[in-house]
Design a protein around this ligand. Structure first.
Ligand SMILES: Nc1ncnc2c1ncn2[C@@H]1O[C@H](COP(=O)(O)OP(=O)(O)O)[C@@H](O)[C@H]1O
Ligand SMILES: [Mg+2]
Length: 436
């Protein structure tokens, strides 16, 4: 039976409807495709515009061939993008230049990790540069790795910069060590200078007692001769009054020489590096003995030494500080035109809780206001060459503050005088740190 016109009409309508449906779907596919295309194009231009290197390698094929490179990676290696497609993933980083890095990369990639490293990249002309690269796996819907994405940049400049920074750092360290070495040398030089200066003074100090020891011994000798020669008519009365005096003078002279030598030994404290308990009043007396020749023509020294506990310190270094302050005081008094009849150096000590205070004052020329901030600077001096090195107070400050955790203060009035006040923690630096 032939279909009726009605059925035919119905079939035609259905076919038309189906066609319209396909058309719409087609339209929608086309739209989707265009959309996708635009999106891809956008990504492609973005990848082409960036200076970072992009490379995609196919991990499913033998030799992991390159399936995508952006313009930057090709251009930086001197290639056209299409020249690189299909080449092995290691084409740009030859294994002979990158043995270590490739081993690391291979291992990471086989385990499916993201790996970062530095590789030596080779251009078409054979020249090389350093690249920092990150390789990340790309997985399919089931989680299998299909591709690896490599992102990299030329880090030659950065490496150079780092190298430069390292060099600068090394130079800085070397310079600091050199400065430290010079500071130590200066300190040693200053100590030698003061020992030299003191040695001359001490020779002078010893000269007087030695002279009257000699005179007395000569006298005793001739007295003995006289006794021998003319026992009867000898001036026994004169001899019996003078001989004991000569013995006394000799003994006193010997004691003075012994005292000076002992003080000199104590002052120098050779080789003492560690800090230990010391009697600072005794240190002051010792320093005054060895420095006597420095001040005795300029000033009288008045000491008021209070009761002090022993202080943890390097007493050899503190002797050096005291010597510097006393010599400075004597110089200032001479500068003001005074002499031993009017010049005064006062030294007082006292305990103030956990500190010991030492004050060294003088009635010398004083320090002008504009200099007061500079006197502790290394090389600052107002004295003529040969008399001042400008190191005394710089060293004093470093010893008191850096080595003993103490303080050093100065009060001065021009034409009236100057006082330096040292405060030292009785327990040394250790006690300060323990309290902090
Ligand atoms: N007691 C003082 N009275 C006046 N001026 C002083 C006194 N102590 C230090 N000064 C000043 O501080 C300067 C620096 O002292 P110092 O560092 O010991 O170096 P130097 O004694 O070699 O000059 C001195 O040149 C002087 O001008
Ligand atoms: Mg000085």
């Amino acid at each position: 039976m032939a279909p009726t016109p009605e059925t035919l009409q119905l079939r035609l309508d259905a076919a038309l409807a189906e066609r319209d449906q396909y058309r719409r779907e087609c339209e929608s596919f086309r739209n989707d495709l265009e959309h996708l295309h635009n999106e891809l194009e956008l990504r492609d231009s973005a990848l082409a515009a960036t200076t970072a290197h992009f490379l995609v390698a196919d991990m499913r094929r033998q030799g992991w061939p390159i399936v995508y490179v952006n313009r930057a990676i090709a251009a930086d290696h001197g290639y056209e993008p299409r020249e690189l497609l299909g080449k092995s993933a290691v084409f740009l980083n030859p294994p002979e230049l990158n043995a270590e890095a490739l081993k690391e990369l291979n291992q990471g990639m086989r385990q499916g990790n993201t790996v970062r490293t530095q590789v030596l990249s080779q251009r078409k002309d054979g020249s090389t540069f350093w690249a920092g690269i990150t390789l990340s796996p790309i997985r399919d819907g089931e989680g299998h790795i299909t591709h690896y994405l490599g992102i990299g940049t030329d880090i030659t400049a950065r490496l150079k910069e780092q190298e430069r920074a390292r060099e600068l750092q090394a130079r800085l360290t070397a310079e600091m060590q050199e400065r430290e070495r010079i500071a130590i040398e200066l300190r040693v030089a200053q100590k030698l200078e003061s020992v030299g200066r003191l040695a001359a003074g001490i020779a002078h100090e010893i000269n007087t007692p030695i002279q009257y020891i000699g005179d007395s011994v000569l006298f005793l000798q001739s007295a003995f001769d006289e006794l021998e020669k003319a026992r009867a008519e000898a001036d026994l009365e004169f001899l019996s009054s003078e001989i004991p005096k000569a013995f006394e003078r000799t003994l006193e002279g010997v004691q003075r020489v012994a005292g000076i030598v002992r003080a000199m030994k104590e002052f120098a404290h050779p080789g003492q590096i560690e800090q230990s308990a010391a009697d600072l009043n005794h240190a002051i007396e010792t320093t005054l003995i060895v420095a006597r020749n420095e001040y005795k023509y300029t000033a009288q020294v008045e000491t008021h030494l209070g009761a002090l506990p022993d202080v943890i310190c390097n007493v050899g270094e503190l002797n050096q500080v005291l010597l510097n302050l006393i010599v400075n005081a004597a110089h200032a008094i001479r500068e003001s035109g005074k002499d031993a009849s009017t010049g005064r150096i006062g030294i007082t000590t006292e305990r103030a809780r956990d500190q010991v205070l030492i004050r060294v004052s003088d009635n010398g020329c004083g320090i002008p206001k504009e200099n007061i901030d500079k006197i502790f600077d290394p090389f600052f001096t107002t004295k003529e060459v040969g008399r001042g090195t400008g190191q005394g107070l710089a060293i004093a400050r470093s010893i008191v503050i850096d080595k003993h955790c103490g303080r050093i203060e100065v009060q001065s009035e021009r034409g009236v005088g100057t006082s330096f006040i040292l405060s030292l923690p009785i327990g040394g630096c250790g006690s300060i740190r323990a309290a902090a």
